[in-house]
Design a protein around this ligand. Structure first.
Ligand code: GDP
Ligand code: MG
Length: 175
């Protein structure tokens, strides 16, 4: 939504995914350019803002991360209600996390903003030797659900900026 001025945009972005898939790590990589091998699951701000300039627009991202509630496989709908975009994250080394990602997508489709733009991020792409979810499985699922798909690594930074760049573009085109 416009917040005044010509092109000062603000939008809510939520992160969804199983515990340990790397949600907090992806945000910290994007916002601070950092990575920690032992990311405390329940510590740290659950809310980040990041102002970005793209073309002529300034976009203020309100990024909502969870503080461990996803452990219980449920989040209050207020968490994702009103979100313009959602990144659903799984871990390529865990088939369970891919199954859970599909549940989050279904929940969003059922209860989220009907116009929410969804992104599917297959994280931990640096752990190729432990891969359990094929690239084409993620790609196929994303395609069926009209989602942008990318394999990322918060550790090596692979595709992290690309992911957030796509999100920026989608915000810009919505505004
Ligand atoms: P969250 O529970 O979804 O927020 O996941 P975290 O960001 O807390 O990450 C869980 C664990 O996975 C931590 O030990 C991270 O260091 C690790 N991790 C996160 N992203 C990656 C990644 O891309 N590659 C690897 N190898 N480890 C990662
Ligand atoms: Mg976390």
């Amino acid at each position: 939504a416009r917040t005044g001025g010509n092109k000062n945009l603000q939008a809510k972005l939520v992160l969804l995914g199983d515990m340990g898939t790397g949600k907090t790590s992806l945000v910290l990589r994007f916002v601070k350019g950092q990575f920690q091998d032992y990311q405390e699951s329940t510590i740290g701000a659950a809310f980040f803002t990041q102002v970005l300039s793209l073309n002529e627009a300034t976009i203020k991202f309100d990024i909502w991360d969870t503080a461990g509630q996803e452990r219980y496989h449920s989040l209050a709908p207020m968490y994702y209600r009103g979100a313009a975009a959602a990144v659903v994250i799984y871990d390529i080394t865990s088939m369970d996390s891919f199954m859970r990602a599909k549940k989050w997508v279904q929940e969003l489709q059922a209860q989220g903003n009907p116009n929410v733009v969804m992104f599917l991020a297959a994280n931990k792409a640096d752990l190729e030797e432990k891969r359990k979810v094929g690239v084409e499985e993620g790609e196929q699922y994303a395609k069926e659900n009209g989602m942008f798909f990318v394999e990322t690594s918060a550790k090596t930074a692979q595709n992290v900026n690309e992911l957030f760049y796509e999100i920026e573009l989608s915000f810009e085109s919505m505004s």
